[in-house]
Write a protein that binds this ligand. Structure first.
Ligand code: GLU
Length: 469
């Protein structure tokens, strides 16, 4: 007998950017599904028309694409699926599992207060439950939930969870304006799309028995549930903006590689022995819901920055050049030559923690006219350098193969002749060539700049020193 295909979903609400907490949930769904060769569905939960925006939907899609979390079906939009929700509510009404309730919000409020005053739970008191009422202006449809007994499920991560039905309300399925409630829409969609594993944040644990009651009322098979623990910041407070950027696209724009984010998110609550870094393929192979811990994961932005530096060091120059070009373009450089960008990457990848760092570090290569940092200018571009700089120009001019090796050779004899150490010339030359006191190694950067630019910049420094002295 062939095994049933695993079908999962990621159902974000498009009310803002894609939060890294939700992204971790998406990632766990995706890893689990890819490992099992299942089907991963994207569903946009946009029934809250007032708070849902197209921009947020686009941000979600872009975030998922950037991370490489591809989906097999969708995106479905809940706002386009009201027929499915209405059909389910109508079926529940028809089978007597739901009823019209005419209690007005004011009445409900008053009765809730009375109940509380008498020390009772402020839940719906069931007034319309057995009245057999029809629809009316302002009426809602409620589920006829079991009044006694228990609703339980076995959570893959948390183990057995049970709720007393007495604690649960006859929840509203359809509001007076005809719109479905979250619980109804989620269950109707999950049934309609054949979802058999629901992997979501544990802020939904209390929703699960309510949703199971709907499955039971419709006599549908209840999916398996895995509620993943929440995420904390390094100070063990609930993860929030205080701890750093929360949106996936903010990390993209800060120059992170998708892999750094994926690894950091995968390790939030899940582990595989002591292994710190995983390729995407390894994550797919090694991920298991059983290895997701019961306690909260701690997100550490500093660790992620180190991880990013690691992935930058490990990535190919070709890959990094493609990623770097948009950042350079954003700094105003146009018509970039990819071969040149690749060469700059070679000199910068060991010293850049992010692509933004790298773009900043690479700027001097592409600027037509560099400017000098004040400190470096004052300290290193001084009259005593004029003679050395001019000698260098004369020595550089005839070099026909302008590379690190020939430059090192030339410098060796230049330093010997002038009885100076590399220190004496390297920093002033660095300021002359890059405008800065920190840069890649002097010989490698000269090779990448090329002879003409090197000569041009030394001459500019000479003129600059003359002018100021
Ligand atoms: N749209 C819900 C949310 O963003 C997800 C609901 C679910 O996973 O069942 O929290």
């Amino acid at each position: 007998m062939s095994q049933e295909q695993i079908v999962t979903r990621f159902p974000p609400s498009p009310t803002g950017y894609l939060h890294i907490g939700s992204t971790r949930t998406a990632l766990f769904n995706w890893l689990f599904t890819r490992q099992k060769h299942g089907k991963f569905i994207l569903r946009i939960e946009d029934t809250d028309r007032a708070r849902s925006t197209d921009d947020a939907t686009q941000a979600i899609l872009k975030s998922m694409e950037w991370l490489g979390l591809d989906w097999d079906e969708g995106p479905y939009f809940q706002s386009e699926r009201y027929d499915i929700y209405n059909a389910m509510v109508d079926l529940l009404l028809l089978t007597g599992q739901a009823y019209h309730c005419h209690c007005s919000p004011d009445e409900l409020d008053q009765r809730r207060k009375d109940a509380q005053a008498r020390g009772l739970k402020p839940k719906y008191d069931g007034k319309c439950r057995d009245l057999g009422l029809g629809p009316a202006l302002g009426s809602v449809v409620r589920l006829k939930a079991p009044a006694s007994g228990i609703t339980q499920f076995h959570d893959i991560i948390k183990g057995p969870i049970r709720f007393n039905n007495e604690e649960l309300d006859d929840l509203i399925l359809r509001r007076s304006d005809g719109s479905p409630t979250y619980h109804l829409a989620v269950v109707a969609d999950d049934i309609n799309l054949g979802i058999n594993y629901v992997i979501r944040g544990d802020d939904h644990v209390n929703n699960t028995p309510r949703q199971i009651q709907i499955y039971n009322a419709i006599e549908a098979t209840v999916p398996r549930y895995a509620h993943v623990p929440m995420i904390l910041g390094p100070d063990r407070a609930r993860l929030s903006k205080r701890h750093g950027a929360m949106s996936v696209l903010a990390y993209r724009d800060m120059g992170y590689l998708p892999n750094a984010l994926l690894n950091s998110l995968a390790r939030l609550g899940w582990s595989y022995g002591d292994q710190e870094r995983f390729t995407k393929e390894e994550l797919i192979e090694k991920f298991s819901l059983e290895n997701v811990g019961k306690s909260a994961g701690v997100f550490n932005p500093e660790k992620m920055l180190d991880l990013n530096a690691h992935y930058i060091r490990e990535s190919s120059d070709e890959f990094l050049a493609d990623k770097l070009i948009p950042f350079l373009e954003q700094s105003g450089f146009a018509d970039l030559d990819k071969t040149m960008v690749k060469k700059t990457v070679t000199t910068l990848k060991a010293r850049s923690k992010t692509l933004v760092d790298m773009a900043e570090g690479a700027a001097f290569y592409f600027q037509d006219d560099i400017s000098y940092e004040q400190k470096g200018d004052e300290k290193f571009l001084k009259p005593d350098m004029l003679d050395l700089f001019e000698q260098l120009e004369r020595r550089i001019e005839p070099i026909s193969i302008f590379n690190q090796m020939s430059l090192e050779k030339m410098f060796a004899s230049f330093m010997e002749e002038n009885q100076i150490k590399l220190k004496k010339i390297a920093q002033p030359l660095r300021v002359a060539l890059t405008g800065k006191t920190a840069s890649p190694g002097i010989f490698e950067l000269m090779e990448v700049l090329g002879k003409d630019r090197v000569l041009e910049r030394i001459q500019k420094a000479v003129n600059h020193i003359r002018k100021k002295s």
